[in-house]
Ligand binder design. Structure first.
Ligand SMILES: [Ca+2]
Ligand SMILES: [Ca+2]
Length: 276
């Protein structure tokens, strides 16, 4: 019974490691590509103080478009769509004031049969500087060849004078002033510091915190030897370059092997008991 208990505890610990791997692998990232289907809490449509939409009541969702998952801004009433990138919500309060630049890809789609025609507004208006509208660099896509525009990369870097100074007032605001009912698709969002280096997003900030707690419990509950096994398997997850599927198949292979060996040990011991 003691051996069986040990087998079960090791299997449980290793199964936890396997479920932990994808979470660790996506804990920090330099780009939001929406491939996980999630809209980060720091990205939302602008609202007025009473909570009603500021501009068009556009609806956000993650959709498959142009061969990738993208954030769709579904314009509802032909008004100005205003999308907020809340910097502390995306990179955490500690890193927020180090952010100076934003970049993302955009596609415009006209769904009423017309061409894309003229679309434009601000890449990233900010609450810093003399005027919230004037601070952001303007963009325009003037496309009359199709109902869907080619991918355009928009970027804006704040001059020193416009740098964020208040973590409670720290965001980039995208706007489309076309007011012609076009929908927008956003992808590959990046934030950079004053030197142009990526500031990592905290997209899975809540999930890893819960998982780490579980690991601590496991380590306390298990014997030192078993805790070592958990660490040995968990280490490769810190190396970003290896694909997730690689970790998972490796970990599952390890798990299956360990179960087989421990079961064999149990059987041998039982047979030994019978012989005795
Ligand atoms: Ca994508
Ligand atoms: Ca629409």
């Amino acid at each position: 019974m003691k051996l069986m208990k040990k087998v079960l505890s090791v299997v449980a610990a290793m199964a936890l490691v396997v479920t932990l791997l994808p979470v660790n692998a996506s804990a920090a990232t330099d780009v939001i590509d929406f491939e996980d289907g999630i809209i980060p809490a720091g990205i939302h449509m602008a609202v007025l103080e009473d909570g009603s939409p500021d501009g068009d009541p556009s609806v956000l969702s993650v959709v498959d478009f142009n061969g990738s998952k993208m954030l769709k801004i579904d314009n509802q009433e032909g008004g100005t769509s205003k999308l907020v990138f809340d910097v502390p919500g995306l990179v955490g309060e500690d890193a927020a004031l180090s952010v100076r630049g934003i970049q993302y890809d955009i596609i415009i789609e006209q769904t009423d049969g017309r061409m894309v025609e003229w679309n434009g507004g601000t890449v990233a208006a900010t609450p810093t500087g003399p005027s919230g509208w004037a601070n952001g660099k303007e963009w325009e896509i003037n496309y009359w060849d199709d109902t869907v525009s080619p991918v355009t990369t928009l970027s804006h870097t704040l001059e020193d004078f416009f740098a964020f100074t208040d973590v409670n007032n720290c965001f980039f605001l995208f706007m489309n002033w076309a007011n012609n009912g076009t929908d927008m698709y956003i992808d590959n969002v990046k934030l950079t510091d004053v030197d142009g280096n990526a500031v990592p997003f905290l997209t899975s900030a809540e999930a890893p915190a819960e998982e780490v707690e579980e690991v601590e419990e496991v380590e306390e509950a298990q014997e030192v030897e078993e805790a070592k096994e958990v660490q040995e398997v968990a280490e490769p997850a810190e190396t970003k370059e290896v694909p997730k599927t690689g970790y998972q198949s490796y970990a599952w292979f390890f798990l299956v092997g360990a179960v087989a060996m421990l079961t064999l040990a149990l059987v041998v011991r039982k047979r030994k008991n019978i012989v005795e």
